[in-house]
Design a protein around this ligand. Structure first.
Ligand code: C2E
Ligand code: CA
Ligand code: CA
Ligand code: CA
Length: 277
C-alpha cells in the first residue's frame, strides 16, 4: 500500500497470492469501521436533463480511516464481500440514508442505494431491508435499489424475479446499474419488474467523439424507451456529453458536470437543492 495524492489510500494486491500485511491491515480496519460505525454516506444529485430539475440522489458510501485516510469503495466493497461483511455494511449504509431522509436534508426525492450481488442473495435481504425502513419510519417509495447486471445471473433467474417482485410490491424502485457492461438478455430484462436503466460511465466517458460509445448509449436509450423504463446517464462531466445525451433522448443524468457526491450536511448540497427544485 502506498499513500497517493490527497491522502487517498491505494490498495495493491500482493503478487505472491498470499495475504499481504497491507491487506490484513485493511481487513482489520474495515472490521473496526463497521464495529464503530465509521462509515459515512455522500449524495450525488440526479437531474432531469431537459428541465434542469433535481429528481433524486445516489447514496455512495464513504470511509475515512484515522490511520489509512480516505479509502475508495472500489477497494473496500469487494473486500467486504469477500469477508462476508457486505450485508452488515449495506445495512449501515441504509440506516444512514434513512436518518438523512428523516432529517429532511434531501428534499422529497427518491434516494438510490447500491446493492451488491452477494447482499441481494442473502436469504434475509428482504426482511432486513424492510425492517430498517420501518424502524426509521421511511417509506419504501423514497428508496431505489441499484442492482448490477451480475445480480441477474441466469442460474438464479426465477428466485431473483420473485425477490424483485416482492421488493417492488412494497414500493421500492428498482434500477439496473452499469447497464451495457454485462450480459443480461433482453428477453429476461423484459420480464424484470424494474423502473430504470443506468448507462455505464465507461460509455459516457467517450462521448461524443467515440462513435461506438455513442451508438451504445443511443441503443440503451432506445431500448429503455421501448421497455417503458427511465434511463439515467452517470458520469456526465461536460457540456458536450450533456448535449449528446439530451438530443439522444436521455431523461436523467448525474456527474461532476452537475455536482460531486456531497454530505447531506454540506452547504453546497443545500445550495444545489435550492437551485434545482
Ligand atoms: P457506481 O455505483 O457506478 O457509482 C458511480 C461512481 O462514479 C461513484 O464512485 C461516483 O463518485 C463516481 N462519479 C460520479 N460522477 C462522476 C463523474 O462525473 N466522473 C467520474 N469519473 N466519476 C463520477 P464511488 O463513490 O467511488 O463508488 C464506486 C463504486 O463503489 C460504485 O460505483 C458502486 O459500485 C460501489 N459503491 C459505492 N457505494 C456503495 C454502497 O453503499 N454499497 C455498495 N454495495 N456498493 C457501493
Ligand atoms: Ca450505482
Ligand atoms: Ca454505475
Ligand atoms: Ca460503474
Amino acid at each position: 500500500a502506498k499513500s497517493a495524492g490527497r491522502n487517498q489510500y491505494c490498495f495493491y494486491q500482493s503478487s505472491s497470492g498470499q495475504q499481504s500485511d497491507q491487506e490484513l491491515r485493511l481487513e482489520q480496519a474495515l472490521r473496526t469501521a463497521l464495529q464503530q460505525r465509521q462509515l459515512q454516506v455522500a449524495y450525488q444529485p440526479k437531474v432531469a436533463l431537459a428541465e434542469d430539475r433535481l429528481v433524486g440522489f445516489e447514496a455512495l458510501v464513504r470511509w475515512h480511516d484515522p490511520q489509512l485516510g480516505q479509502i475508495s469503495p472500489v477497494n473496500f466493497i469487494p473486500l467486504a464481500e469477500k469477508l462476508g461483511l457486505i450485508s452488515q455494511l449495506g445495512a449501515q449504509v441504509l440506516e444512514l440514508v434513512c436518518m438523512d431522509i428523516r432529517q429532511g436534508g434531501l428534499a422529497e426525492v427518491p434516494v438510490s442505494v447500491n446493492i451488491s450481488t452477494s447482499q441481494l442473495s442473502e436469504s434475509d435481504f428482504f426482511h432486513r431491508t424492510c425492517h430498517i425502513l420501518n424502524q426509521h419510519g421511511v417509506s419504501a417509495q423514497r428508496i431505489e435499489l441499484e442492482l448490477t447486471e451480475s445480480c441477474l445471473i441466469p442460474e438464479h433467474a426465477e428466485e431473483t424475479l420473485v425477490l424483485l417482485t416482492r421488493l417492488r410490491q412494497v414500493g421500492f424502485k428498482l434500477s439496473i446499474d452499469d447497464f451495457g457492461t454485462g450480459y443480461s438478455s433482453l428477453s429476461y430484462l423484459r420480464r424484470l419488474p424494474i423502473d430504470t436503466l443506468k448507462i455505464d460511465r465507461s460509455f459516457i466517458d467517450e462521448l461524443p467523439d467515440n462513435r461506438e460509445a455513442g451508438q451504445i448509449a443511443s441503443a440503451v436509450i432506445a431500448m429503455a424507451k421501448a421497455l417503458n423504463l427511465e434511463v439515467v446517464a452517470e458520469g456526465i462531466e461536460n457540456t458536450a456529453q450533456y448535449d449528446y445525451l439530451l438530443s439522444a433522448g436521455c431523461q436523467v443524468g448525474q456527474g461532476y458536470f452537475y455536482c460531486p457526491p456531497l454530505s447531506a450536511r454540506d452547504p453546497a448540497l443545500k445550495n444545489f437543492i435550492g437551485r434545482h427544485c
